[in-house]
Design a protein around this ligand. Sequence first.
Ligand code: ADP
Ligand code: ZN
Length: 745
Amino acid sequence: MVSPPASLSTDEKVIEGGAVVAVLLPLPLDQPYSYLLPEDLSAMPGTFVEVPLGKRRLPGVIWKRQDQADIARDRLKSVLRVHDVPPMPDVQRRFITWVAGYTLAPLGGVLRMALSVPAALDPPRPHQVLVRSDQPVSDDLRLTPARQRVIELAEQGFAHPPGVMAREAGVSSSVVKGLQEAGLLQAVSQRPRRSFAVPEGARPGPTLSAGQASVAEALCGKVREDAFSVTLLDGVTGSGKTEVYFEAVASALQQGRQVLVLQPEIALSSQWIERFERRFGVQPAEWHSDLTPAQRRTTWRAVAEGEASVLVGARSSLFLPFRDLGLIVVDEEHDPAYKQEDGVIYQARDMAVVRGQLGQFPVILASATPSLESVLNVQAGKYQLEELPARHGGASLPEVSVLDLRKDRPERLPSGGQSWLAPSLRKAITETLEQGEQALLFLNRRGYAPLTLCRTCGHRIECPDCTAWLVEHRKWGQLQCHHCGYRAPLPRACPSCDETDSLVACGPGVERLDEEVRLLFPEARHLLLSSDTLPGPAAAQDLMRQIQQREVDLIVGTQIVAKGHHFPWLTLVGVVDADLGLGGGDLRAGERTYQLLQQVAGRAGRAERPGRVLLQSYIPEHPVLQALQSGDRDAFLAHEAETRERGFLPPFSRMAALVISAPDAEQADAASRAMARAAPQAEGLEVLGPAPAPLAVLRGRHRRRFLVKARRDLPLQRLLAEWRDRVSLHGSVRLAIDVDPYSFL
Ligand code: ADP
Ligand code: ZN
């Protein structure tokens, strides 16, 4: 009998060989399949196994023992092998089931997120290293200086793979090989070393202010309680939220638990990682899309084995198989990047709370601009509140003013071209630069211009596959679709009327703004920061460092500059189009704009020098802009809550979006009519639609949308699932269900 992996040794739930087991596969299936566990294997619920499916061999997880198999025993296929990795903990299986039930995604589709690195299921192969053998150096061996160096190295106890041995000794690999053949060096296999060092939870952090210390103590108390709780850590940018939640991380580490810190955009959080390293002496494990396959494999396994004690990651890290998770911190909890919009559609912040509840441990949500949902949960007594009202070290908050573009009109540029900067903003930039300080111009729009129009016939250049204008990227000489990635060279003549030199760029993107400030402020050192002009996270990090070290004066950037960075010399932030984002059918448009602009504003004056923020707007009376100017966040949130309550909008109701898509418009319409006929009816339930989605065509597929609003006490998921199951849709038609939608396109 094959002995079970050590991690399975003695457990009451052991499933002996010969039993029938239900194995969940990482495929879009709702149910596990039955397999026979061969006599010579034993397992337990959660064991990772390999099973046959048709001609394939797939990884899967034993979901449970199957007492009544749906097929005759002799027709069952057998489990091929049991992987040598700790089984998926019960709590994670319950989490996967919960997420599938809530999002209406197939159970196996959710498992796929947890099984994203099948290669990690097998232990890494031990690698071969060379050590000094017992054989004495015989007289017939000519001991050249090169050989001698290698032998000395080996005799000092160094064990290296051959290549490294040669490099360390400064000799060629044939020298090492010769010694091995002569029997003086011997190959032995060595288990790979730990990949993640243990963070030093007991290392002291900075001396906290009295306010910070009391918040830190409250958070550490939650960790010691070892029970489920959610705490909203609400503090202005620079108030020390990170410093304070590090204390909670330290507490969890001292209790030997694992910690997950979720970040919205992990690739840009190198500053965070450096800070973590300063505080805890080692780097945390990371999880995001930029990892190499080898890194993914080591990290997944280290999380499963409990070796990685702190992991910082993007939303998908929630599905890693933590062996003993004891704390989750959701940093920037309001950030829309926590919503996953394709595949399994879920909100990672909300699912983190669910994970904490299932695992009975505390969850900390940190933000300077908390989401309305979280604020209302505090008011309802479901979440606790800890506040850090002041910037650390007494740095003042920037002064915010709104510039009315109707009065403070941008003048023409000396070249006669259009300008996007109001005279008072230009003046403020001049003053800032004269004082040797930095200015940031923020515009959340990539590229040169959002629209290219023909002056002769009025034609607007659109994406061939989407209901969207193409955005000019002058840097690449291209027009691009920001929805599907379509790219084409910028044409010389209008594609509609063939007139040459008639196409004009309308509206500004960051490239165009950058062009303007280079013209107006030629002596300044310029920097343009936009995700599409950065080759990767390393480049982003380098540019952030240039700003910090004052190697540039005038920065033009999209929202990638908004996040968490600390720029001591930045004292002026100009928001070029504060109205951008306030329109459209997004129920959170106001809230999001407030959060984003507040966050950008927070870049100004973080050190000794006070900052100021100028917001350019055509609608200065808008409540969002008024709230930013007065700094009265609570009044804004109260107003926002009232508006949503009146409109029966989330979180006062529950919402789901159903998007039907098909290769042609007729199919999409037919399918949406069929769906409409089968729509659920219930007291407290509203079904709006079908209507063409605002992005009526996306990647060539025609889209129709239903919006469902339901009273919070209705069983929304059941109603939706029954609705879906009542209609059988044509094979080419797709239905995407988005529970708690954040995107309304
Ligand atoms: P937040 O996360 O709220 O934006 P941080 O934790 O990043 O705030 O703190 C802002 C800056 O102030 C950081 O550079 C941080 O190291 C520093 N800081 C905060 N609290 C302290 C403290 N008690 N002692 C020393 N430096 C601190
Ligand atoms: Zn497109």
